[in-house]
Design a protein around this ligand. Structure first.
Ligand SMILES: [Fe+2]
Ligand SMILES: [Fe+2]
Length: 131
């Protein structure tokens, strides 16, 4: 396990919280598979995570647009930065299947980013959108 669900701030929208919880579970499963050197399982879980993150980001973006949230461009820009990093890691994984590259990314990039992003952007967005 890399991250506990309570390490991610709860926000004012239950749907956001549910999406974050599911994503944390997937990140942990992927992390454990990589640590166990289970390449086949990690490959499947990384593919799943890519789809899950895209779904997470695009749903939030659609909800922000719908609610006319003032911070939309900045919140989306932060998603876009992570989309780029993730797609680079995904590409490298497909070429080399190096677990350490992905565990480093999860430990040092994705998880710290997620904590900060939720505190900085999702919390304000959720307050604007409401329950
Ligand atoms: Fe989020
Ligand atoms: Fe977000």
């Amino acid at each position: 396990m890399l991250i506990r669900p309570n390490e991610i701030q709860k926000v004012a929208n239950m749907f956001f919280n549910a999406v974050h919880e599911d994503e944390i579970e997937l990140i942990n499963q992927l992390y454990d598979a990589l640590k166990a050197n289970d390449i086949e399982k990690a490959d499947k879980l990384l593919d799943e995570l890519i789809v899950d993150v895209e779904d997470h980001f695009s749903t939030e973006e659609a909800m922000m647009k719908e609610a006319d949230f003032f911070g939309y461009p900045m919140h989306k820009a932060d998603h876009d930065n992570m989309r780029k990093e993730l797609s680079k890691v995904h590409q490298e994984w497909k070429e080399r299947k190096e677990p350490k590259r992905v565990t480093d990314f999860l430990e040092n990039k994705l998880v710290p980013w997620l904590k900060l992003h939720v505190a900085q952007w999702d919390s304000v967005t959720a307050m604007h959108i409401g329950d």
